[in-house]
Design a protein around this ligand. Sequence first.
Ligand code: SAH
Length: 234
Amino acid sequence: MSLFEKKKKLIQDLIRSGYVKNELYIEAFMKVPREKFVWPGYEEEAYIDTPLPLGNTGQTISAPHMCLYLLEALEVKVGDVVLEIGAGSGYQAALLAECVAPSTVDRSLWGHVYTIEIRPELAKFAKENIAKTGYSDRVTVIQGNGSLGYPPNDPTERYDKILLTASAPDVPPPLLKQLKKGGILVAPIGKGYFQELIKVVKLESGAYKRMFLTTVAFVPLRGMYGWREYDEEL
Ligand code: SAH
């Protein structure tokens, strides 16, 4: 089976299993080449529904079903300005970019994706992947500690959507501040191998509505508002 055939079969399976429904997200999946975001040597495994290791960093590119489920949870739409904490390979950021700024839509309507990565070697990897797949105009990769938001500790309500792809003890307060009213934040919360994926909606009143979505397995968030015990590994 060619990579394209594997990709088509995978999306059909994921639609059937209910992980993705929105046509915008299905098209984004078909457009973004996951084989160009996996670590060199894993290209043939790009369309198997599994997380894959990012070199020897101990970090992973999430499984395709999880990447699509996160788009549904965030209710991403054209024009959204999105912040992702944990760029990793840059793949989720590229999927987000295809949703908020599809190539078929006039540029004046485009949103933008900001993605932060704490590990310098992965920030470089994500940046290269985003550049070679043509998303540099829609995705900004930043090296730093994303739990402080971007710009760090800035109090402006600037993002429509915020996604954490590393698990935190709780939602970092600077991220809630940077969420616009009506905005949505999705994050894995908790310690250990499994965590709770939660969705937080910032209401027009400024209050927050918090919902449990499902159980997930993400790598830990580091730095301030993350799990400080992992910091010495950096
Ligand atoms: N979304 C990625 C996968 C993320 S894995 C993809 O599509 O490939 C989680 C990533 O979060 C790891 O690369 C890890 O280094 C990063 N990370 C952990 N703590 C962080 C922090 N405080 N700020 C930014 N990135 C962080």
